[in-house]
Design a protein around this ligand. Structure first.
Ligand code: SF4
Length: 376
């Protein structure tokens, strides 16, 4: 069976080349063709010997995930829904800003953590994505965007593993994907421009700091164990004291870094001034260099939760800022193409009138592409 070359980091590709009786250094050329030039046909790889190309044709392929839908928002945000087979779909989102282009990538179909405010969590867990399925999201988006914008240079400057799934519960597939993102022969992203977001899988945080210490974001969402147990069930296994110790250990490997704490603002649940003051005390006592990212909740019916009022979010942010914590409020992007992460994929999983919906979305996509060639 042909091997998908998107499944390898450079070391893995070198081993594959050796298994074909080729010198290891050929892997670097091949890796560049795949990730830097976006080639998916071996015949296009003009500086590879014909004999190698023939061997590759018989043993390998470069295959992306089928795109089910593509939505382009008025603000330039693009959301793709990729088919990963078995009735599952995953989402990938590109968010353009004046100084960067960020791609949000999924690591699992569904998620087992089951956070109360998360649409993906409500769908349950289907399966881990393979390395190639994680990287195919970046490979497709980067080369689609270059073609779409008519540019040769890199469009995606930042990657966040914040899409569907808990990346640290798919560790074996995640690490080669991260290494490919960082590799100078791959996407050449700096360590600080690749962020893994975790709900707090403590043992894997410890492994990541040694294996591939990229930037870390932690989904905190509550200042106490009682509240966090309710919002992020994984807290029962790894309570706050253990989570914060793991954050501290993580930063020992990257002392000039900080942890980003994500905090989803839920009306009447975790958004009072008392919660803000408790957070301040929590991170001060733990003595962790950090910044806070307050996220306006995207309501979806099954959650039974509501978005905090704007003035409540502002007051919450002010308390953290006055307490000396760097705090940002995440802008909502792409509101016109759908709401919370996981909702499109959830609709596919639900199978509710799915073929009608997909054909409707395809029509919308074609209209959008036609109307909005210049989205940036
Ligand atoms: S927030 Fe993240 S960890 Fe929690 S259920 Fe959603 S995808 Fe899983």
């Amino acid at each position: 069976m042909a091997v998908n070359l998107l499944d390898f980091d450079l070391e893995g590709l070198a081993a594959f080349c050796e298994s074909l009786g080729e010198k290891k250094f050929r892997a670097t050329q091949l890796f560049r063709w795949v990730h830097q030039k976006g080639a998916d046909q071996f015949d296009d790889m003009s500086d590879l010997a014909r004999s190698l190309r023939d061997k590759l044709k018989g043993n390998a392929e470069i295959t992306a995930l089928p795109v089910m839908t593509q939505h382009i928002s008025a603000d330039g945000t693009i959301k793709w829904l990729f088919d990963v087979g078995g009735g599952d779909a995953v989402e990938t989102v590109f968010i353009p800003e004046s100084d960067r282009g960020t791609l949000c990538i999924s690591s699992q179909a569904g998620c087992a953590v089951g956070c109360r405010f998360c649409s993906t969590g409500h769908q349950g867990f289907s399966r881990n994505l393979k390395t190639w399925e994680i990287l195919a999201q970046l490979w497709f988006a980067e080369h689609f965007l270059r073609k779409h914008l008519g540019v040769q240079e890199r469009v995606i400057s930042n990657v966040v593993m914040m899409g569907m799934g808990e990346p640290l519960q798919n560790y074996a597939a995640l690490v080669p994907a991260l290494r490919t993102m960082l590799d100078d022969h791959g996407y050449g992203l700096s360590r600080r421009r690749v962020t893994v977001s975790t709900s707090g899988v403590v043992p894997m945080m410890d492994r990541l700091k040694d294996d591939c210490p990229v930037a870390l974001a932690v989904s905190l969402h509550a200042p106490t164990d009682v509240l966090r147990d309710n919002l992020v069930p994984l807290n029962k296994k790894y309570p706050l004291v253990e989570l914060l110790s793991a954050c501290k250990r993580y930063l020992e490997r990257a002392p000039r870094d900080f942890i980003t704490f994500e905090y989803c603002m839920l009306d009447g649940v975790n958004d009072s001034p008392e919660h803000a003051r408790a957070l301040l005390t929590l991170v001060r006592e733990a003595d962790i260099p950090c910044k806070f990212n307050l996220i306006p909740f995207n309501p979806f019916p099954a959650s039974g939760l509501l978005r905090s009022k704007n003035n409540v979010v502002q007051e919450f942010a002010r308390i953290l800022l006055d307490g000396g914590l760097v705090t940002t409020v995440r802008k909502t992007r792409g509101d016109d193409i759908d709401a919370a992460c996981g909702q499109l994929a959830g609709d596919v999983k639900d199978r509710t009138n799915v073929s009608n919906r997909i054909s409707k979305q395809r029509t919308i996509m074609l209209q959008q592409i036609g109307e909005q060639k210049n989205f940036n």
